[in-house]
Write a protein that binds this ligand. Structure first.
Ligand code: ARG
Length: 400
């Protein structure tokens, strides 16, 4: 008796997930492995995937194009939440996982599978995100994670695969572990494991080195509608187009590289390099537009919830009651966040140089230092009397 009869496996085409196919069948007694590769905009890598899975023993090999939903339903809400994990990482990898889990679960249900499987090891965040998301969506499905248990080294994994006709990687495999999608690239391992080492230029694909970026600044205007980016320089774009084009425009100026020591949910500190040009710029621009269109108390209160939201997403709780409740709060705040933010891109920086909105709360008559000033200066005196009252009393009695 195997652990499951029919399994839908999250498939990337790499050695590890390929080896999962015969491993599930021969070691764990699975009768049928259906592979599912999610197209999240990782590009050419997906081409040969279909055939590769079949050659490795899959009974069916599916590719799901989920780019549109990825941007609309996962990236855009994260932008509305100004979600930067530990203040820096725009969650490119973390946001993809609940969507992959969703298509895995739907596929398992459509094909009558009794389990889903993934190739994550036991050390990362992604295993948590897959397992918890799948459980949230269908608690009846089993979750199999062979690479968490098989204890094979890289060489042993390749050798095991070769027994079942899975070719060893043709290119000398990259020393880095890279996860890539429309929202960016996450790069770790190799010489990056020493946090003192400067990342070599070769690891970057989406961003130019600052030294090679244009010597002239370029302006970029991003139009937002209810907190969602919809236009570039006055032209409306589809969600996928918008992300792709902003990646190209700002990546060309060397914008969007992040080098950080990150705290994983499983307790490990890891050194991570990200390049996430569009997300970095969109979150900064969005936050700026909020400062123009939201009241002070909403802006400040939202900040606390943003932090919680970001941790929930990072920690695999995309589908959870607290996340749902925070989503509702955030959606309510975004009703007025429409307008245009103007950025100046130059040598690794995207500097916000202007913003405007039909919902602006900025009041020139109150803000001006000129003659048009409408602010009642005399009213300030009474306000300060009351505001400072507790401090005055404290100072009079004792100052401890
Ligand atoms: N640390 C990031 C996260 O947990 C990225 C992990 C991506 N994986 C990789 N092979 N680089 O979201």
């Amino acid at each position: 008796m195997g652990r499951a009869k029919k399994v839908v496996l999250a498939y990337s085409g790499g050695v590890d997930t390929s080896v999962c196919i015969p491993y599930l069948q021969h070691e764990w007694g699975v009768e049928e492995v259906i592979t599912l590769a999610a197209d999240l905009g990782q590009g050419d890598e997906l081409e040969p995937v279909k055939e590769k899975a079949l050659k490795s023993g899959a009974s069916e090999s599916l590719v799901a194009d989920v780019k549109e939903s990825f941007v609309q339903d996962y990236a855009f809400p994260a932008i509305q939440a100004n979600a930067l994990y530990e203040n820096r990482y725009p969650l490119g990898t973390a946001l993809a996982r609940p969507l992959i889990a969703k298509v895995l679960v739907e596929t398992a249900q459509n094909y009558g599978a009794d389990a889903i499987a993934h190739g994550c090891t036991g050390k990362g965040n992604d295993q948590v995100r897959f397992d918890v998301s799948c459980t949230a969506l269908n608690p009846k499905l089993k979750i199999l994670a062979p690479a968490r248990e098989w204890g094979m080294s890289r060489e042993q994994t390749i050798a095991y695969g070769e027994k079942f006709g899975i070719p060893a990687p043709v290119k000398k495999s990259s020393p880095y572990s890279i996860d890539k999608n429309l929202l960016g690239r996450s790069i770790e391992a190799g010489i990056l494991e020493d946090p003192a080492n400067e990342p070599p230029e070769e690891i970057y694909e989406m961003t130019k080195a600052v030294a090679d970026a244009p010597n002239e600044p370029e302006y970029l205007e991003i139009g937002f509608e209810k907190g969602i980016p919809v236009a570039i320089n006055g032209t409306v774009k589809t969600p996928v187009q918008l992300i792709q084009e902003i990646n190209t425009i700002v990546g060309n100026h060397g914008i969007g590289r992040i080098d950080m020591i990150e705290n994983r949910l499983v307790g490990i500190k890891s050194r991570e390099i990200y390049e996430s040009p569009a997300m970095v710029v969109l979150i900064n621009a969005h936050r700026d537009l909020e400062s123009l269109t939201l009241t002070a108390d909403v802006t400040q209160y939202k900040r606390g919830l943003e932090e919680t939201y970001t941790k929930l997403v990072y920690n695999g709780l995309w589908y959870s009651p607290l996340k749902n409740a925070i989503d509702a709060f955030i959606q309510q705040t975004q009703i007025r966040v429409s307008g245009v933010v103007r950025l100046k891109l130059f040598k690794g920086n995207a500097t916000i140089v202007g913003r405007c909105s039909e919902n602006t709360l900025y009041t020139p008559d109150l803000a001006t230092y000129g003659a048009e000033d409408q602010f009642d200066h005399k009213a300030a005196e009474g306000f300060i009397y009351v505001w400072g009252l507790p401090t005055r009393i404290w100072a009079q009695y004792n100052r401890d």
